[in-house]
Ligand binder design. Structure first.
Ligand code: ZN
Length: 374
């Protein structure tokens, strides 16, 4: 029921006290129901409005109506009432504002204890990891890393590496050439490099001997993909040039490198081979680091070494003097310097190292496969 200010007939202290208590209870209960700013303003005006607010009525109906002898006491109580009503109205405003900001906060609430959005960390691809490991073995021997373009000219990819003009590697069956270059002289024709060896020539053109470099990179051949072939694969090769470099240096360096890569117990074995850019040339085998050279894994034959106990791992040889002829003007006089070169398939080393049996798995981008190598 809405409160109205009563007329006072009895101005005794007890009667005034009772009227005051009723009024205060009414203000307090109205204050509680205020929930918005407009409600609070209506509440304030109902009590405080100068012309007909309830406090003005209290002034008229209680104080002005009081008999002379009671006026002083009633005046004191009316002042107390005004002060108290003022306080209640002020605190109703504070409560209304804090309730509004609490509800705004809860609407904008963020739970800082919830887990964030996890971004998976990238990791090295097993082939890149293998190339880096090989490079670091040679870096420890004083070799530096060199890189070159994947689109090469016939000159750097074949001619300067002593490939004869009709070598089968120059055939489109083996090499991927850039189209529509028939009008260019052969040595200027562009192709996707078939090995990392052009970087040997490019580096000798810019750095004088002595030289020790490793060259990691992507190469391309016109091979249909299968479990052991991919039209795109990776090589890492090395070149050392100085005065008096011998085949003994080649064997010692590679033997050390294989032990660093595959374990100190592996043995190396060289057998004659042929490459256009090295003379003499050799293929190097390492004793199988999977079966320990026995050719058997328990009662099963060892597949990676085809039960021979040896794995063919790289090609190598002494740099053919004909190759130095192409960079003679850059300080590589074949009568003064000698050197050795070697190269291996990084993917093949990674296959052996991680026991993977299909090279295609490396290039399909399947995270479920790649995650195993993190
Ligand atoms: Zn084996």
């Amino acid at each position: 029921m809405t409160y109205t200010v009563p007329n006072l007939k009895d101005f005794s202290a007890a009667a005034v006290d009772k009227a005051v208590a009723k009024l205060i209870a009414a203000v307090e209960s109205e204050a509680k129901s205020v929930t918005s700013e407009s409600e609070w303003k209506a509440f304030r005006d109902r009590w405080m409005a100068r012309t007909n607010g309830l406090l003005t009525q209290v002034n008229n109906l209680w104080l002005k109506a009081a008999p002379k002898d009671a006026k002083r006491e009633v005046g004191r109580r009316v002042n107390e009432v005004k002060k108290r009503v003022d306080e209640i109205i002020a605190s109703a405003s504070e409560q209304m504002q804090s309730a509004a900001s609490t509800s705004r906060l809860s609407a904008e609430h963020i739970d800082i204890t919830l887990p964030g959005i996890r971004r998976p960390l990238g990791a090295e691809h097993p082939v890149i990891k293998t190339m880096n490991e090989i490079a670091s073995v040679f870096r420890n021997l004083g070799y530096s890393v060199e890189e070159g373009p994947e689109i090469e000219t016939d000159y750097y990819n074949f001619e300067a590496l002593n490939f004869p003009p009709n070598h089968p590697a120059r055939d489109t069956q083996d090499t991927i050439f850039i189209a529509n270059q028939e009008s260019k002289p052969q040595r200027e024709r562009l192709l996707l490099r078939t090995h990392t060896s052009p970087v040997q020539i490019r580096t000798m053109e810019k750095i004088k001997p002595p030289l020790r470099i490793v060259i990691p990179g992507k190469v391309h051949r016109n091979d249909p993909p299968d479990a052991s072939h991919s039209p795109m694969f990776h090589q890492i090769e090395g070149l050392a040039v100085d005065t008096n470099i011998t085949f003994g240096d080649l064997k010692g360096t590679l033997d050390h490198a294989m032990k660093a890569l595959f374990g100190s117990s592996v043995k190396t074995h060289f057998r004659p081979s042929f490459f256009p850019f090295t003379e003499p040339s050799a293929e190097m085998m390492v004793s199988c680091f999977i079966c320990g050279g026995s050719g058997q894994r328990g009662s099963e034959p060892c597949r990676p070494c085809k039960r021979t106990g040896w794995i063919e791992i790289l090609g190598c040889g002494m740099v053919d003097p004909n190759v130095f002829e192409f960079v003679k003007d850059h300080g590589y006089d074949p009568r003064k310097v000698s050197g050795f070169a070697f190269g291996m398939g990084a993917d093949r080393v990674a296959l052996l190292k991680y026991g993977v049996d299909d090279i295609q798995l490396f290039f399909q981008g399947d995270v479920r496969f790649l995650r195993q190598f993190v």
